[in-house]
Ligand binder design. Sequence first.
Ligand SMILES: NC(=O)c1ccc[n+]([C@@H]2O[C@H](COP(=O)([O-])OP(=O)(O)OC[C@H]3O[C@@H](n4cnc5c(N)ncnc54)[C@H](O)[C@@H]3O)[C@@H](O)[C@H]2O)c1
Ligand SMILES: N[C@@H](CCO)C(=O)O
Length: 357
Amino acid sequence: MKKINIVLFGTGNVGSKLINQILEAREILRQKEGLEINLPVIANSSTAFFQKENQQASWEADLTNFGFPYRLEDILEYVHNEGYENLIAVDATASEQFVDNYNELIHAGFHIVAANKVANTRSSQFYARLRETLLEHNKYFLYETNVGAGLPIVETLRNFHRTNERVTRVRGVFSGSLSYIFNTYCEEEKTFSEVLTEAGDKGFTEPDPRVDLSGKDVARKLLILGRELGLKKEFEEISIQDLVPKHLNGQSTLKNFHRNKKDLDPIFLKLKKDLKQDEVIRHVGELDLQTGALDVKLVKESRTSAFGSLQNADSSFEIFTESYGKQPLVIKGAGAGAAVTARGVLTDLVKLAEKLH
Ligand SMILES: NC(=O)c1ccc[n+]([C@@H]2O[C@H](COP(=O)([O-])OP(=O)(O)OC[C@H]3O[C@@H](n4cnc5c(N)ncnc54)[C@H](O)[C@@H]3O)[C@@H](O)[C@H]2O)c1
Ligand SMILES: N[C@@H](CCO)C(=O)O
């Protein structure tokens, strides 16, 4: 039986769903894949819990009752002393800082699976150095959920690139949360701030929804795909339409944003009122591989168009390549949500396990 040992960082929407999916799938994975997934350590921003045997269904109570404040070194020392092999660190945080730990984790023998997009969107230098370190230590880094949650976008583009299929353009509704927000806002008689709150409650938005509304999350996804296709770009080069008014932006606290998010209502009401009868608002990202332009913006679409008819938190990616000619390859489905994202992370874990001895 092949065994992998996971140290999970982040027990929020995605991380907690992942633990439950692992517990539910554990027996099937043993029987059908010959794979045993252990979760000896789970940690959030303040607390870690070490478990000698397999994680139990009561992990939430264990983390609350037996968790303790920790430093990364405590975890590294623990897994080293216990002799765990095939170690995988799962980054289910949204933290800008946590990725600073990747280097140390790789040196300590970890592979990495990330839902967090930050590591792939820092400078090109950081991006290249991370890959060099992985190579030097013979470690893998999988991050399919960085774009389109559980949809197979990164792998599809990587396969095109590997096989010399020229990708010319990728256009899409990249954000599951903004898809939900505009799909709902254009159909229902609710204020924008009500819909935004609803999207957060359903686990569709980033922990700080301004990361979605500012266009940053979609810009990150464009950069990740562009780099996957060999494009040399920095985050600052992306053209982004920011939907957050200045007085509520990242310079002010998240609490202040939530307290004043009603200020968004008149802005979006005006946009809605300006629509023609058959039009809806959609948030799109576009990556033009021929010009190297990356663009994030709001557009008006006809209700019956491919993007205009999207529902719920669905994303849709149109991939234009040489062989697909004028008709793009389209990948469409839920682009946000804890369950689909956690399933994507679990898929990365199983894929990574296949590569290990
Ligand atoms: N929710 C989705 O639909 C979705 C889809 C695809 C990708 N993602 C990505 O998944 C990640 C998690 O999203 P979420 O919705 O679960 O967020 P969340 O806010 O619900 O959970 C984040 C967790 O990370 C923990 N954390 C923060 N900083 C940490 C640190 N330094 N060390 C350890 N733990 C830390 C927090 O305590 C919390 O448990 C994000 O990067 C997000 O972009 C989310
Ligand atoms: N906020 C993100 C979650 C998935 O990364 C989105 O809307 O797509």
